[in-house]
Design a protein around this ligand. Structure first.
Ligand code: GLY
Length: 384
């Protein structure tokens, strides 16, 4: 890798949805930005399902995260419109909601408990019987016992989003470099950039580490990789021609395990995802695929006729409270990682927050619960 010239205003380590959104937002504000990414934006953001679903993903004890996610959806819609206008690239957002369905009586009881919690947060949901759910989604299995509709949830084609973010950044002058950052540079009491494994030096006024589960290669932060295996199936043309199979995202609780089915405009169905805590590992396993296919078949028997397109795994950046870690770690160094299951959803809102930090502005109140120091984080590095 060649030695880049000069000092950029902002160096972003990581070119997933978070890093790309930050880079675009800051470049569009007029600063010089460089992104260094090891995989060409083929990390967890590429693997993701693209659910923008703060209501049906609201979990017990996560009221602050739900509030952040609700703000995240609004920021996402606004940034997606802006980026589509700038690039002309497709960003397929579906606004058909999420139908969470329960397979058996125990699953129904678990769904009822979650619904009560979501009601207590003031979230808008509608409880339905199994037959009402099948009226909305006629291909659902007859065994489905009950359902909850979250009409405000959205989904986006995550790969279109990553591609559009990258193009928007390019149009705003972002410099993309493929490489692996191995250390931070420090001088005069502040971080002043980073170095790569090939010895390249990237000097910057602000360094933003947005490298997802790999951020721990650079920082001592409370992030753990949480593997997710996911499938892409294609709905046959004859079914698409007669109106398609699913109108909205289906989340299922099937004998205690969770599965989701996310339909795409192009006829694909994304089926996810495993949740595995076993270190950084992106291998696809027979057991992972089996569980996803079994549960999707239980909920949507016709899915056995779909063409198998892809099985892929990614590593989510998990944290002890499932919330992101966003804030200044030390002068010149900002961290934006730990987005766990909400990286696509929170990309635009995180970009705004990091833009505010770079410009020395106060960060929006909904971020206060997600400061890095709640886990006593610190950074490793080298002297320049
Ligand atoms: N947000 C979905 C997942 O992490 O599997």
């Amino acid at each position: 890798m060649s030695e880049p010239d000069g000092v950029t205003d902002v160096l972003v380590v990581g070119g997933g949805a978070i890093g790309l959104a930050i880079a675009y937002r800051i470049a569009a504000q007029g600063l010089s930005v460089r992104v260094v990414d090891r995989s060409g934006s083929r990390g967890a953001s590429w693997v993701a399902a693209g659910m923008l679903a703060p209501v049906s993903e609201a979990m017990f004890g996560e009221a602050d995260l739900t509030r952040l996610n609700l703000a995240g959806v609004l920021a996402f819609q606004s940034m997606a419109n802006e980026i589509h206008e700038r690039t002309g690239q497709p960003i397929s957002v579906r606004a058909d909601g999420t139908l969470t369905v329960a397979f058996d009586a125990d699953d129904r009881a678990a769904l009822d408990r979650l619904s009560e919690y979501r009601d207590s947060l003031g979230l808008s949901t509608t409880r339905l019987s199994g037959s009402q759910a099948r009226t909305l989604e006629p291909f659902l299995a007859r065994s489905v016992r009950g359902a909850v509709l979250a009409e405000d949830d959205l989904s986006v084609n995550n790969r279109e989003w990553v591609a559009a973010l990258r193009s928007a950044g390019e149009l705003s002058g972002v410099d993309y470099v493929q490489g692996t950052i191995t250390g931070l540079l420090r001088a005069r009491g502040r971080v002043g950039g980073a170095i790569s494994e090939t010895g390249g030096t990237f000097r910057a006024t602000h360094t933003v580490v947005a490298a997802g589960a790999l951020s721990t290669d650079l920082l001592d932060i409370a992030v753990q990789p949480v593997k997710g295996q996911i499938l892409r199936l294609a709905v046959p043309e004859r079914l698409r021609a007669s109106g398609g199979v699913l109108t909205r995202t289906i989340r299922g609780i099937v004998r205690g395990s969770e599965v989701y089915l996310v339909p795409r405009e192009d006829g694909e169905l994304v089926v996810g995802a495993t949740v595995e805590q076993q270190g950084y590992d992106t291998s696809v396993t027979a057991g992972g695929i089996y569980g996803l296919l079994r549960d999707s078949y239980e909920l949507l028997p016709i899915s056995s006729e779909f063409r198998f397109v892809e099985a892929i795994a990614g590593s989510r950046p998990g944290t002890p409270d499932n919330g992101p870690i966003v804030g200044e770690l030390e002068p010149g160094l900002i961290v934006a990682t730990g987005h766990y299951r909400n990286g696509i959803l929170l990309s635009a809102l995180t970009a705004s927050a990091v833009g505010d930090m770079v410009h020395g502005k106060p960060v929006a109140e909904e971020w206060h619960a997600f400061r890095p120091d709640r886990f006593n984080s610190s950074a490793r590095g080298e002297q320049a």
